[in-house]
Write a protein that binds this ligand. Sequence first.
Ligand code: G3P
Ligand code: MG
Length: 250
Amino acid sequence: MWPYPKIVAHRGGGTLAPENTLAGLRAGLAYGFHAVEFDVMLSRDGIGMVVHDPEFGRTVDGQGSVAQTDAIDLSNMDAGSWFGPAFRDEPVPFYTQFIDYCKAQRIWMNVEIKPADGVEAATGAWVARITRDNYAAELASGDPASYPLLSSFSYAALAAARDTAPELPRGYLLDTIPADWQEQARQLAVVAIHTNHKHLNAELAAQIKAAGYGLFCYTVNTPERAREILAWGVDGFCTDRIDLIGPAFA
Ligand code: G3P
Ligand code: MG
């Protein structure tokens, strides 16, 4: 059974606000979303920051990289102007700011561990430790919908998260499903497979569900496709089009 929300706002507020910002979380809430996916990467000084690209230039104004910049400096960079002048100086958030906001607003989090090259295990361990420490009461409650689901494309990051905080559930992100997916999923002790809906079909979906895993898709942006994959047994998905696909979509 899938104990988590079915429809999740991708990167904060999808296409309605600059991705991976607090403005994105506010946009999601404005559309009724209490479920969000976002990306966490470590700064030079080893602090988890909410950002997708390892290099600046697309969403964060400037040159350089997240892994070569201290957290305090990242938190003063402009991650909003690319989206529109109204978002100028919207900063790169600390992961802990996202935790605080989501707890206060009762937003469920799918935290994607997005390590820069070479720091996969460190990133997975950091995210797992901080998440566990911030959700101790929720973890003790035994209600999985009250604490986050971690996910990553990185096997090493998920292995480190598993070793650091085995009690936090994990999803394995796979762009395409490899032949040995079940062996990897077993080793990582994940609860779910998160996959690109473009490479999924009804047969694969049925295999994953029959093996007892949750099945989550990214990033589904039309209601027609959403209906199709849900009919295959997909448990949930994230969307950029929070304006077209609402939190109660069925
Ligand atoms: O977690 C699902 C999805 O966010 C994975 O791809 O590149 O948008 O982080 P990406
Ligand atoms: Mg992501």
